[in-house]
Design a protein around this ligand. Sequence first.
Ligand SMILES: [Zn+2]
Ligand SMILES: [Zn+2]
Length: 413
Amino acid sequence: MIYQRPRGTRDIYGDELERIELINRGAREFFKLNGFTEIRTPTFESIELFVRSIGLHTDIVEKEMYTFEHDKKMFVLRPEGTASVLRAVLENGLKPPCRLLYIGQMFRKERPQKGRYREFQQIGVELIGEAAPFYDAECINLAVRFLDTIGATHYFIELNSIGCPVCRQSYKNMIENYLKPYLPNLCSDCQRRFEKNFLRIFDCKKDSCQKIYEVAPKITDNLCEECGLHYQKTKEFLKKFNINFEENKKLVRGLDYYTRTVFEFKLKGLGAQDTIIAGGRYDLLVKELGGDNTPCIGWAMGVERMLLALPELQPEIKKSKKFFIAVIGESLFDEGVKLREMIIKNGFICIHGNPLDKIKTQMKDAHHYKVDYVIIYGEDEAAQGVYTLKNMMTGEQKKISQNEIIQFIEQCQ
Ligand SMILES: [Zn+2]
Ligand SMILES: [Zn+2]
């Protein structure tokens, strides 16, 4: 019997892992140049942190968290990055404004499907301590520019404002009155949401509910004066950045902590899993977690979904030439070590065979590793002061001098 990985997880290796690492490296480079510093927080945190931040009546907290008990305390594998980052900012006394980047694994007990895993990687950025609408636009702009650097193009941006507690309270009365006659027609999820977390009804996937919400009044049209101005100014700055976006008045996001601006980057043709970046403003969360009043905005990108969505646009992996050194006999070992150093210094891959193996065994290894060249150095070669170079792609084999082998390695591409 072979053990199997848990459902919804996966093993990442080879080209796919290289692509993920390329995106991660790209993110580190790009965001460093834009004034961000990277932060790494623990993979598990106390359960209270997420209940407090994401909200008790959200899908994540109600049914998607991996929890465990230790020392009579409850912990969770982090389902998202923002709460941990803010906890770290407060705990370590980082002074806002700060710009933070995080890259790491998140965990959610969701139903697995293509591009959706129970352990997945996110790249996220947070602009902490920034209240002005310029930063809403800048935050979205940074995502657009970053996607440029990794070659993503087939996406569109959806934007909305879900206001502040003031406008939400008056809107709540309005939507309650409006929906009252329709309540029996809503699905059971929506009826439940309506009681506990009313904005989230707009998230419902059922056509029968959506038909009702289509014509219902939207919070976007009922913002308080300040939220309205903030939204207006955000859109103006986005236009100044030359960023195209669509307003979606039903975009509300599944987490409680958002205020005002929310946005999603969606890919065309991906169906239900089409969101690659999601984010928004969370002006009240730092205070909720025990800090001073600190407005913030940020987003997170799902790396797996990104890769799934863009197979033809994945960054090209530069394949380095691969060498195999077949030294025959222990007495010639030093020569192999020198050769390997030279090959690696020139940026090529090199595998050193076991000098105690016969040439036949070493050639078998070289085949197995799919190398491009084998350099053979045995007694004959040592006596003649040459190397045998075998081109594994053409099968051609020739004896060349030491100078020639150095030249060959230096000019190899
Ligand atoms: Zn407001
Ligand atoms: Zn519904």
